[in-house]
Write a protein of this length. Sequence first.
Lengths: 165, 165
Amino acid sequence: MSTSAQMQGTASDFDFWMGTWTAHNRRLRERFAGCDEWDEFTATIVARPVLGGKGNVEEFRTDYAGGYVGLAMRFFDPGTRLWSIYWADSRFTGLLEPPVIGGFAGDVGVFEGPDTFAGRPIVVRYTWSGATTPTPRWEQSLSDDDGQTWETNFESDFTRVEDDR
Amino acid sequence: MHETMQARGTEHDFDFWFGSWNVSNRRLRERLAGCEDWVEFAATSEARPILDGLGNEDVFHTDHAGGFVGMSFRFFDPESGLWSIYWADSRRSGLLDPPVIGGFCGDVGVFEGDDTFAGEPIRVRFVWSGVTTPTPRWEQAFSDDGGDTWETNWIMDFSREGETR
């Protein structure tokens, strides 16, 4: 957690993200399996502020894999100046997974948290880059050796939808 | 948990809740302190579906206590037939509190979970009632003895916005 714990921020960190985006996604077909086959698909994202600007909610909608809707909920703690990010998914609703926690340094944001995969403890990392550019990127990586090595399994490149009202 | 675990439901359990509401709040001034002093204040609430109907969110606005915004996120698990309810608050944004879990039987819904209060473990219970009437009610109660006794500390009575309170 050393990287993300040092990256603090403000409630404005995700201002760049508000609005409507097209996501070009690459998703690793199998995780922790030495797989290097990637599925490519698109999604539409709508992000909006909540809690008077101390948080935001993003809806991720795709036809991929039979179609699903995801929901990212991000909450800023002014005390720690860190963001907690939760993900909900129409394919497995109910209890939320543990959040990833972190912040930005420049236009790179790193957010990490513990979770499980196939019953084993893992670390989940979200990395934002190019947040101040017209084409931000988001990546998800998992580590099953407590952060020594990482496997990236999801990459999204975003372009803003022009008539964004 | 015996009451809540038996109350299985459907993803339509909160359909009654969508839209805008006026909220009459009565909130116990001190919790788990033998206090009988209640504070009354007004709020508004607006609810809508998320995750293609497998969840919903509401936004609670009030000018009370300097003004704050609260949000509830509710996620339905079709396998267990239970709802998980999370609360986020602009006064202490960051990590979400643990969820309360449960469901409805008739027009009464009971949702319980573990949390802490002043560093001590407590049970938290949300009770919805009258949800098929024009004036639903929500109550929050805490128990610091494992659910043997409960202290109600917050009551919300709802009426549709635009209607006489």
